[in-house]
Design a protein around this ligand. Sequence first.
Ligand SMILES: Cc1ncc(COP(=O)(O)O)c(C=O)c1O
Length: 412
Amino acid sequence: MNLEQIQKLEAKLLLSTYDRYPVLLHKGRGVYVYDHKGKKYLDLLSGIGVNALGYAHPAITKIIAQQARLLVHTSNLFYHEYQGRLAAMLTKISGMDRAFFTNSGTEAWEAALKVSRAYARANCPGEKEPKWRILALEHAFHGRTFGALATTHKEKYRAPFEPGVPGVEFVKFDDVADLERKFDATVCAIGFEFVQGEGGIRPVSKIFAETARKLADKHDALLIADEIQSGLGRTGRWFAYQQYGIEPDLVTVAKPLAGGLPLGALLASEKVSGCMHPGMHGTTFGGGPLACAVSLQLLHTLERQKVLKHVQKIGAYMLRRLEELQAKNDAIRELRGLGLMIGIEMESAEVAKTVFKQLLDRGIVVNRTDETVIRFLPPFIVQKKHVDHAIRQLEQVLANNTAAVATAEKRS
Ligand SMILES: Cc1ncc(COP(=O)(O)O)c(C=O)c1O
């Protein structure tokens, strides 16, 4: 089947939830992905932050084949050898104490919200009404299920499905005074991304994060770090909150966790974990032997090959190259980033759209988020030569765009 036929079939048979790019992908190797006609794309988005080791990494393909022959699924009625071992690895790198495995980011976030309410209830003395309010941030994205949606800021995602889960209030992004105003004894949790992803690659300030921690302690509320996009090495540390020296009570991870297979996790401190008991939460697929075995392999590979050091170095190099480009180009308004999580704020949504499209035509995959931001989430194995190639292409795209705008202005 060719692209046109597949487009027609999907248009007729799928719920129209996605606005796909007109590219039919066929295979991937390293940092490159190929379409059905063999056109090669340098992938600087890695399936929205998933393919940390790129495509067809030998350590990942080997373990998938090996484990698929042994055991793919068990349900959580039985033990298998990998959940406990993966929890040991995840708690070691995060400083948390326990894990609950899910299939996706939104489910991990959903679990965090449920645990927050359960913790408040379990720690509510006497006849008092347990506290239940949850604070989230403006521009936040936490997923598409109802709880996650309630804490996701963009109106257009929430409005079609209202009424949503009650009890959520949004704090102005990085606004300490607003945080202090809204955080009182009725709040059971505050949850945020230390570096917002879908919201346009925006890190919160240290003072904001510290104030959130302080207020959570004061009111015995929980601090939830959404590390679904920023976690597991993307910022050059295992978790973005480690860049701030802050310890959350709950941490959510997903995207790169199982090298492209669906797997998420909620990580929890011991203090919090005591509120959960058998039957209170669960999943059929989450934490299956295939995904967990692959995840263990992925984390060991990142650790053994000192990939996080590489992410720090190559991320800093990429930001530096982009800063050079910014100095020469007015269309770039701002650069934001940490490690290999980088956003370019363009002067308008139109320019961002054009840049994205022209880069794709030139065989470079990035994406546009929060209307005006070009987002890079490259695989951790990206090298200088790939960065240099992408910068050259971006430079040409920006130059063409400036020339086109100048011509249009002259004509009008
Ligand atoms: C920060 C953050 N939280 C939650 C999610 C939801 O994850 P999933 O799409 O796996 O449900 C995402 C997805 O982009 C995300 O970036």
